[in-house]
Design a protein around this ligand. Structure first.
Ligand code: ZN
Length: 195
């Protein structure tokens, strides 16, 4: 697979005019590693209206392929053959796709990460949508972010919390049993094990 770009028709949220823009259908970050950076920065999904300069997100279905991750942004269930040990992930929005790429690019796994986010949400005592941002510092602190009051709040979680969650996942085969093929690993997925 190599990267595939198509033309899409967008309606500007600023001025309401329609314009044609390029959108990725397949992103092959193995063949074109610079695309990985553009996904992480969000640039790959941003388009600018030629009439008024408003920016908007392209949310069309896209398949992202990297060394250890094959992620599909789609509202449909998708079956992919030959994952060969890669994690196959379905995501429902651009933000979740970006987060998956950040997690796997950092050498982490989204399964224990969802447990880590669950534990952190419990400790925070807030019903918020946490997203992994990056590893930070010599101790690899895990930086998570969530929206609150129109701003992004950031918090730091010790790497030992992530390691503990890896331990939980490793000791409980029922967690990893359903992970073949393309799966949706998100908040509702992790909560089925923690009710
Ligand atoms: Zn416009």
């Amino acid at each position: 697979m190599s990267s595939v770009i198509t033309s899409v028709s967008l309606c500007c949220p600023g001025c309401g005019k329609e314009y044609e823009a390029q959108a990725y259908r397949h992103v092959d970050a193995v063949a074109e590693p610079e695309l990985r950076d553009k996904v992480i920065s969000g640039e790959l999904f941003l388009r600018t209206c030629p009439f008024c300069g408003s920016r908007q997100l392209v949310t069309d279905p896209v398949i992202y392929r990297d060394n250890h991750l094959l992620a599909c942004l789609s509202d449909r269930k998708l079956e992919v053959e030959g994952l060969d040990g890669m994690a196959g992930r379905l995501v429902s929005d651009v933000g979740s796709l970006i987060e998956k790429v950040k997690i796997f690019t950092a050498g982490l796994d989204d399964v224990p990460m969802e447990f880590c986010k669950f534990v952190t949400r419990q400790e925070l005592g807030k019903d918020v949508d946490l997203k992994f941002l990056r590893l930070d510092g010599a101790d690899n602190d895990i930086i998570l972010a969530y929206p609150e009051g129109g701003q992004m709040q950031m918090l730091s979680v010790g790497f030992n919390v992530y390691e503990d969650c890896c331990g939980i996942v490793g000791r409980n085969p029922e967690i990893t049993r359903g992970l073949g093929g393309m799966v949706r690993i998100d908040r509702s997925w992790v909560e089925q094990f923690l009710r």
